[in-house]
Design a protein around this ligand. Structure first.
Ligand SMILES: Cc1cc2nc3c(=O)[nH]c(=O)nc-3n(C[C@H](O)[C@H](O)[C@H](O)COP(=O)(O)OP(=O)(O)OC[C@H]3O[C@@H](n4cnc5c(N)ncnc54)[C@H](O)[C@@H]3O)c2cc1C
Length: 410
């Protein structure tokens, strides 16, 4: 194997987490090769990913340290308030139940909405500038052979690549992780998240809305200008019907759920549909293998936390490996990788199960459950400290943040 064919770390999957991790590892002085099965041009295209991400303060600090944030800052919309209501479409205007105001917990907004297309391009631009990173695509990693001290990736084009550590960033129920013996727990929610962008006549003033409708949450997330990103979670069969509607009827369905508070709404551009499932890896580490992002935990998008958790994984793994190198340890050693697993698994599992409970509680119309959740919502609304706990979670202000996430987010 020539020197060119080896790096400290090989990342399988160049999605948002794979690219973010590559930059975080390069910052720790490690050499990295990222492999992705899809061409870079396809993944850079506007049509590839219609979602927008609510970037929490810690993720923002990390992106700033990695030289990514300045490239998306002009396209970023801070969220100042979150309004949550237990609404039903048939109710017309939903009663307001909860109001989260960011000033109750500090100066920072809850999060900052950035369209994934901007984030993805900024990450790939930064990756291409780093001498320590090579981004190889399109090529699928077929399998990995693990030997003491080394891992060899076998590529679909017949090539090979050697690394001291392989990181699976290949998405939910990672094939690379499963081939190494990692098992998953999880289930399908029988829901899909329809995503599109809308323009509206009135300004949103930085307010995010979440309506809990019986078939799933309906989120209106403020983007720059008079635009919002919609995440409309529906039962799969209804989502398929909605996706098949012509533009005028789809827009009418969206407008009906939106209500009138932002004036007339127009759907701009295409619509996307993402299946919604839960998948939790039993292990985040095996000898010479670590799992990061959706490969480790695929969560319900109800609170917009999936990518933020993945960025925390990336920052924690990079810090763990950087410290290991400074101590003269082998970065593929299970003792080193177990430190990363201990750091991240509890937080991710707790968040995944929290999202699961929220979805179960709200995505139905059973009278006793409606009563229970309305009492719960009213309690959160009235009890200041409880409300502030929720707000800190939403803003990512949790203990145990990796160092790179503790810097200034501004
Ligand atoms: C509707 C919706 C809304 C969301 N909103 C938010 C939000 O507001 N905030 C938030 O934090 N999160 C949000 N999320 C979650 C977030 O989008 C995901 O957690 C994140 O995109 C996962 O990124 P990833 O890089 O881990 O995986 P993926 O995006 O799945 O990337 C995996 C990559 O691996 C590549 N790959 C797979 N197998 C191989 C192989 N064998 N060889 C080479 N390459 C391979 C694929 O081509 C792909 O590019 C949302 C999710 C959904 C569905």
């Amino acid at each position: 194997m020539s020197k060119n064919d080896t790096t400290d770390v090989a990342i399988v999957g160049g999605g948002l987490n794979g690219a973010g991790l590559a930059l975080a590892l390069a910052r720790e002085g490690l050499t990295v090769r990222v492999f992705d099965a899809a061409p870079v041009e396809t993944r850079r295209d506007d049509a590839f990913d219609g979602r927008a991400t609510a970037i929490a303060a810690g993720s923002r600090a990390m992106l700033r340290a990695l030289g990514v944030w300045e490239r998306v800052a002009d396209d970023a919309q801070p969220i100042s308030d979150i309004l949550v209501s237990d609404g039903r479409v048939s109710d017309g205007a939903s009663p307001l139940f909860l109001h989260f105001d960011h000033r109750e917990v500090g100066d920072e907004p809850f999060g900052t909405l950035v369209e994934n297309r901007h984030l993805r391009r900024a990450l790939y631009d930064r990756v291409s500038e780093e001498d320590a990173i090579t981004h190889v695509a399109p090529v699928r990693v077929e399998r990995v052979a693990y030997t003491p001290g080394w891992a060899t990736l076998h590529l679909e084009d017949g090539g090979t690549h050697g690394a001291r550590l392989v990181v699976a960033c290949d998405g939910r129920r990672s094939r690379i992780a499963q081939a190494a013996g990692v098992r998953y727990t999880g289930w399908d929610y029988g829901q899909a998240g329809i995503v599109c962008t809308v323009e509206h006549d009135r300004p949103h003033r930085g307010v995010a809305h979440e309506y809990f409708l019986p078939s799933g949450p309906f989120a209106i997330l403020p983007l720059t200008g008079n635009r919002s990103s919609l995440v409309w979670t529906e039962r799969t069969a209804i989502a398929e019907t909605a996706m098949a509607l012509d533009d005028a009827r789809f827009e009418a369905e969206v407008a009906r759920r939106f209500g009138a508070f932002l004036g007339a709404v127009r759907v701009t551009g295409p619509r996307w549909s993402y299946p919604v499932s839960l998948s939790l890896a039993h292990d985040y580490a095996k000898p010479r293998l670590a799992l990061v992002g959706d490969a480790a935990h695929g969560v319900h998008p109800i609170a917009g936390q999936g990518l933020n958790l993945g960025f925390k994984d990336a920052a924690a793994l990079a810090e763990t490996l950087g410290d290991a190198v400074r101590r003269g340890e082998d970065i593929g050693d299970l003792n080193v990788l177990s430190r990363y697993e201990r750091w991240r698994r509890f937080d991710n599992t707790a968040m995944a199960l929290g999202m699961d409970t929220l979805n179960r509680l709200f995505s139905n119309d059973l009278a006793p459950l409606r009563l229970a959740r309305d009492i719960g919502i009213a309690a959160v609304g009235r009890i200041g400290p409880l409300r502030r706990v929720f707000m800190r979670q939403a803003a990512g202000m949790t203990p145990g943040l990796p160092r790179v996430m503790q810097g200034s987010a501004r």
